[in-house]
Ligand binder design. Structure first.
Ligand SMILES: [Zn+2]
Length: 208
């Protein structure tokens, strides 16, 4: 997965069209071996920056969360582990491997998330906002709500996984016509391999 630099870290390009699926793609090479896989969420700060980039937490909350995490590294580490668990559950549910236990875990988190929110009036609307009770869990809860929204929407039936070598990145694919995560990465690699295979076959004719 291609990355871009933000706040001194590398995050994957957002190509999925849905924040819960973008979370899945913070682990690169789902279809590779576990030693091939690259986790872009190394620490809690990565999680907060990623969540801010996805619009799941705002600038003010992100700055507050990063300050709080420095004071409570134990909770921050525990939240990051829960996010990684959620990431696997969302992946498995999105690609049809998910079992009842995965759905139950997403459900529990989504319910906890709502219990940490209150209805708040802004200048032009009333909206659910996290209260201070959410604490360091805010990015976890925000992405759990995004996962619940995805799973309960029609879009959940239109998720594809990139067939690129070892890739497995997921994305919304309502038309069914998109094949690759990023054409210039996985698509071109597949084309280059097919071309090399044809060259090899033409130099090395099958024995008669
Ligand atoms: Zn790919």
């Amino acid at each position: 997965m291609q990355t871009y630099a933000v706040d001194g870290r590398e995050l994957p390009l957002r190509i999925a069209g849905d924040p819960a699926l973008e979370l899945v793609n913070t682990l690169a090479r789902w279809s590779g071996t576990s030693t091939d896989q690259v986790d872009h969420l190394h620490d809690y700060d990565d999680l907060v920056v990623w969540a801010r980039e996805c619009g799941l937490v705002d600038e003010v909350a992100a700055a507050r969360l990063r300050r709080s995490a420095r004071r409570d590294r134990v909770t921050a580490g525990a939240v990051l582990r829960e996010v990684r668990r959620l990431r696997r559950d969302v992946h498995d549910l999105a690609v049809g491997l998910g079992r009842r236990a995965a759905l139950a875990r997403v459900s529990t988190l989504a319910v906890e998330a709502r219990q940490s929110q209150s209805l708040t009036a802004t200048a032009d609307a009333v909206t659910w906002r996290f209260t201070r009770d959410a604490g360091l869990h805010e990015p976890l809860y925000a992405v759990a709500q995004a996962a619940a929204a995805l799973l309960t929407s029609d879009a959940s039936g239109h998720v594809s996984a990139c067939p690129g070598d070892g890739c497995g990145a997921v994305f919304l694919n309502p038309s069914g016509r998109r094949r690759w995560c990023i054409m210039s990465v996985c698509g071109n690699r597949a084309k280059a391999r097919a071309w090399a295979a044809r060259q090899h076959a033409s130099r090395d004719p099958a024995p008669s």
